[in-house]
Design a protein around this ligand. Structure first.
Ligand code: ZN
Length: 90
């Protein structure tokens, strides 16, 4: 697969079952050193652009913990799906 073809494809999707409803977190590659990290939920939508996949994951983890500090640990309804991951070792 060419790198260009993979731009814009969702790389990671997490679903958390919180007291506020289902919160969906998505990391998507937008381009070279440009990643989108976003949260979607019934009462929130937000995110940021980062330079690496790891920074995107860190942002999602930290911002989620700030918004839902009581959500520890994840329950049985929470799920994370990750696309095939050769790029993680870059
Ligand atoms: Zn969870």
């Amino acid at each position: 697969m060419k790198t260009k073809d993979s731009v814009g494809v969702a790389r990671l999707i997490s679903v958390h079952d919180t007291d506020d409803g289902l919160i969906v977190s998505v990391v998507t590659q937008l381009g070279d050193r440009k990643w989108s990290a976003r949260h979607f939920g019934p009462q929130l939508e937000g995110g940021r652009i980062t330079k690496t996949f790891r920074q995107a994951l860190t942002y999602l983890t930290e911002s989620f913990e700030q918004m839902f500090p009581e959500h520890h640990p994840c329950n049985d309804n929470c799920q994370t799906a990750v696309e095939r991951l050769g790029y993680l070792n870059r």
